[in-house]
Design a protein around this ligand. Structure first.
Ligand SMILES: Nc1ncnc2c1ncn2[C@@H]1O[C@H](COP(=O)(O)OP(=O)(O)O)[C@@H](O)[C@H]1O
Ligand SMILES: [Mg+2]
Length: 286
């Protein structure tokens, strides 16, 4: 049996209500705790507690727990100051179209409605102006397996890459594909966190798919997750053999930063056609 990420869910439960109220009183959250809880309880038909989950995206993410602290769902709530930061960092810098939380939540709901029946994402439960609710998925994140050098990590990393391509086949680009947004569940790897828009008129569908794959690579090999040289070789081999169209894609400069400074590896990947497989490998290992 794969180990669960439920550890995340038990953290900080006792402190939560206070913390949440404090944030609300500072005007951080866009909705009151009281109405949010009532909404969730009506929706889930049970009394609930909330526990903050780690995450650095534009929203605050909470585990919705039953009274026995059993996970019932995962909740994303809009936050004013995070919204301002997301706007500044992602939208102004990358020149993407800005979507209000309500629009992003509606879109994420729609995406999950398409993908969940195919075991590619969690089930969506609700999307409102202030929050997005999705089913809780039991299982370790691909990132966790890699971090703890679990021997199954490499296998699931490739499965996640295949799941990402299956998502593309449904006409959906993730926008923030990375091992921390992929979870190993009963029916295979599911991706979540589809909120990051690559919504721009200047990026073609082919470029969006390439961006997903490259970001997934960049995030894996530059976070110190992977130290195994064979893994690196196999990953590069896979892209060159199975996804040649990805390495041929020229990405707009605004997409090259991937949330951090472009590395020689990324620039080479982005410049695809002129990059030899051997050069790429030496960058990755370097
Ligand atoms: N449906 C889910 N089931 C289980 N855990 C989840 C689910 N959605 C999110 N998580 C957990 O919450 C964390 C943060 O969620 P995420 O949507 O990635 O937010 P952020 O935009 O802050 O990265 C994830 O890293 C994961 O551990
Ligand atoms: Mg995430």
């Amino acid at each position: 049996m794969l180990k669960t990420n439920a550890g995340f869910f038990s953290r900080g439960v006792s402190k939560l209500t206070g913390q949440y109220n404090l944030l609300r009183s500072l005007g951080t959250l866009t909705v009151s705790l009281h109405s949010l809880k009532l909404d969730l309880e009506e929706h889930l038909g049970a009394e609930v507690k909330l526990a903050r989950l780690p995450g650095s995206g534009a929203c605050l993410v909470y585990a919705v727990l039953g009274l026995e602290e059993e996970p019932l769902a995962v909740l994303k709530v809009a936050s004013r100051w995070r919204e301002r930061r997301a706007y500044r960092v992602n939208i102004l810098k990358r020149n993407f179209r800005y979507l209000e939380p309500a629009q992003r939540f509606a879109r994420e709901h729609e995406i999950l409605e398409t993908l969940a029946p195919h075991d590619l994402s969690p089930k969506p439960l609700a999307a409102t102006e202030h929050y997005f609710l999705q089913a809780y998925v039991e299982g370790p994140l691909v990132a966790e397996l890699l971090r703890r050098q679990d021997p199954r990590g490499k296998y699931w990393w490739f499965e996640a890459l295949k799941a990402l391509r299956a998502i593309h086949a449904w006409g959906i680009a993730h926008g923030d594909a990375r091992p921390t947004n992929a979870i190993v569940a009963e029916g295979g790897v599911k991706f979540f966190d589809f909120e990051h828009c690559l919504d721009t008129e200047t990026v073609s569908w082919e470029q969006q798919q390439a961006f997903d794959v490259l970001r997934y690579f960049a995030n894996t090999f530059h976070e110190g997750f992977v130290t195994d040289a064979n893994f690196v070789d196999d990953a590069v081999e896979f892209v060159y053999q199975e996804l040649p169209e990805v390495v041929r894609q020229e990405l707009p400069t605004s997409m090259k930063s991937f949330g951090f400074e472009p590395t020689p590896f990324l620039c080479r990947l982005c410049d695809g056609a002129s990059t030899g497989q051997a050069d790429l490998l030496s960058d990755l290992r370097g």
